[in-house]
Every structure is written in C-alpha cells, then in structure tokens.
Design a protein around this ligand. Structure first.
Ligand code: ADP
Ligand code: MG
Length: 339
C-alpha cells in the first residue's frame, strides 16, 4: 500500500542543512496498522509528510497504492491525496466553524451536493460518537472529542489510508485508549490502512501489528510488533520496550541478589503459546531441577503473551543440558544472568 525506497530528505535553512531522513526503506501492506516510534527529532513527522507529499523527498521513491508520486501529474496527485486522510496532535480544527462544518470541509471543497454532504457527515459523526455535537463549536469540546472530529473529517473523502502524527500525544491515558479503540474500529470496519507516528510504546503495543523504530533519520529496527517486543536488538528499541514490558530485573531485587550471591540465575524469554506452557512443571518433574522464581513479568501484545522469567535453577549439569534442549525446542530463550 505504501512503499518507501531509499528515501532521503535534507532540509536547507540559512546555510544549515539537516539530514532529516537518511536512507529509509519501508513497506506498509494494506490493512496494516503500522507504527513508527522514535524520540523527538528522529524524523517521524518528515517521514509521514512524504507519504501525502506535503514534503517531497530529496532522493528515493515514494509509492502509494501502486503509484510513484513523483511521476504523477498535479491532477493525479490531487486525486491520490484524496485517498489519504491525516490527523494531528493539535487537531487543526477551524474554531469559527461548527463541528458539522469542520467535518464537511473536505466535501465542500470537493464540491459535493448538499444532500450528499449532510448524509455523509451525519454518518461520520455517528461513527465517531459525536452525533449530538453537530452544532457545537470546537472550543466547547474536550481534547478527545476534538480528535474524534479530526478523525471524522479525515474519513470524509473515503480515504484508503489514514496518517496519524502523534494523534494521542495531547490526550490523557484514558482518552488515548478511547481514541486508539476508535482507530482500531476505523481499520477494521472501513478496512483503512493506518500509519501511526508516536513516541509512546504503549500506543504501539495497543493497536499496531507492525512497527519501525527511528533514530536520527534512520530506521534502526522494524518488524511485527510481537517480534520486535519479544526480541529487541538495538539499545533504543530495548529502552522503548522497557517502558511497557518490565523485562529487566528491578534494582531492589538485584541488590538483594548481590548480597546473597546467587550463582545459578537464568533468564527465560518466551512469546505466544509457549508462555502458557507448563515449563516449570517440566523443569521440576521431567528434569529434576530445583527452581526458585526470582522475578517474572508478562505482557499482552497483539493477542499474544510475552513472558520473561528470572529463575534460580539448581541441579545436575546433565539434567540442565537436557532441560535447555527441551526449552530451545519450545522456542524459549535461556540465558545465564550474572549480577
Ligand atoms: P520528529 O517528528 O521525529 O520529532 P521531524 O521529522 O519533525 O522529527 O524532524 C526531523 C529533523 O528535521 C529535526 O532535526 C528537525 O529540526 C528537522 N526539520 C523538520 N522540519 C524541518 C523544516 N521544515 N526545516 C528545517 N528543518 C526541519
Ligand atoms: Mg513530529
């Protein structure tokens, strides 16, 4: 649905040039909720603005719905832009217009008939849960409600793609959850592909199926959310994962352990069905090992469970080796931990 090939973007301002994007390759499939995460200044907004050609790449190709954007005539570019809706952190609503008029704006600009506009806007306001706010003004709405208006307006022209740039960053956690649920509904019921920019890993965890991690204009890691959360490679990715999956030993436990000199401490990582298998049972009964649970954490990601266990495991070396083979066969990663 969206392909970026060797895309770079360099800004030139007052003799200073900034390489906002260095060499980006990205593939978003139809139906994806694709998350892009990174710290401020990583290049996320630049990236998303290339997709609807608010920015042009310095080099490389941007292909949307099979079309190379650079090769399109101004008319065809306008047509494809109608397939792409966008929502923002600051909502960007027109304060002097009613909610109805705000949502109707893209349709008015497209010169649709009044009756068509009325029907579509009414349907959209009901979809986002604001049927009773048609005559209100943006200043009368909460942040969450304003973002619902933003979503309804973005959907007005029946887009195939919805771009979200930090759409929940100005909202409290409860409202964020409600907006993410609404975006999920947009994806599911309208089949709209979503590209979502955020600096919060919890947002990725809740709705994305794929993720790319950006740092200083590069994508440093990408893949399915389960694989990136389950096995983050880059230090920055590990930091982001840590914010939602507490997979490192807490300092208080580390301090206690260092006082008691535990020598046989192991970390077990598992994803999906394996996380709910009777691993402990097998360690005890099948392999005759003594197991002491030191710390565990489990998190739900994309209908899957991610688990990390820190276990003190004592026993015969041969039995341990047999246990490690058994665990490897069940996709459980075992690693000895030194404090
Ligand atoms: P993010 O959204 O991840 O915070 P941005 O894409 O906004 O990052 O910015 C990436 C880099 O490009 C930053 O160093 C920023 O200062 C620079 N940048 C972004 N937009 C412009 C612009 N219009 N002109 C000059 N520099 C810009
Ligand atoms: Mg940004």
């Amino acid at each position: 649905m969206i392909t970026l090939r060797n895309v770079t973007k360099t800004y030139h301002r007052k003799k200073i040039s900034t390489e906002a994007l260095k060499k980006i390759n990205l593939q978003i499939e139809q139906g994806d909720i694709y998350g892009v995460i990174g710290y401020s200044g990583a290049g996320k907004s630049t990236l998303v603005r290339l997709v609807n050609y608010l920015e042009r790449p310095t080099s490389g190709e941007v292909i949307v719905d099979g079309k190379h954007l650079a090769e399109l005539s101004p008319h065809n570019l306008r047509e494809i832009k109608k397939e792409i809706g966008m929502i923002f952190q600051q909502f960007n609503l027109l304060e002097s217009k009613t909610i109805f008029q705000n949502v109707a704006m893209p349709l008015i600009l497209a010169k649709k008939k009044k009756a068509v506009i009325k029907e579509r806007v009414t349907e959209l306001l009901a979809f986002v849960g604001l049927a009773d706010k048609a005559a209100s003004y943006p200043s009368e709405l909460s942040g969450g409600q304003k973002q619902r208006v933003g979503i309804a307006r973005a959907l007005a022209s029946n887009p195939k793609i919805l771009l979200c740039d930090e759409a929940t960053s100005a909202l409290d956690p409860h409202t964020t959850q409600a907006i993410l649920d609404l975006l999920k509904k947009v994806n599911r019921e309208y089949g709209i592909t979503i590209m979502l920019i955020t600096h919060e890993m919890a947002v990725i965890q809740q709705i994305c199926n794929k993720v790319a991690v950006m740092e200083q204009g590069n994508i440093i890691e990408q893949g399915s959310v389960v694989s990136v959360f389950g096995n983050p490679k880059h230090a920055t990715t590990k930091g982001f994962v840590q914010t939602v999956v507490k997979n490192e030993l807490p300092t208080s436990i580390k301090t206690k352990l260092s006082e008691n000199v535990i020598t046989q401490l192991y970390r077990l990582d598992m994803v999906g069905d394996h996380a709910t298998e009777p691993i402990l049972y097998h360690l005890f009964h099948t392999f005759h090992l003594q197991v002491n649970v030191i710390f565990t954490n489990m998190a739900e990601i994309q209908d899957s469970v991610l688990a990390v266990w820190y276990l003190e495991i004592e026993g015969d070396e041969t039995n341990k080796q047999r246990a490690w083979s058994f665990l490897a066969e069940h996709d459980v990663k075992v690693e000895e931990v030194t404090i």
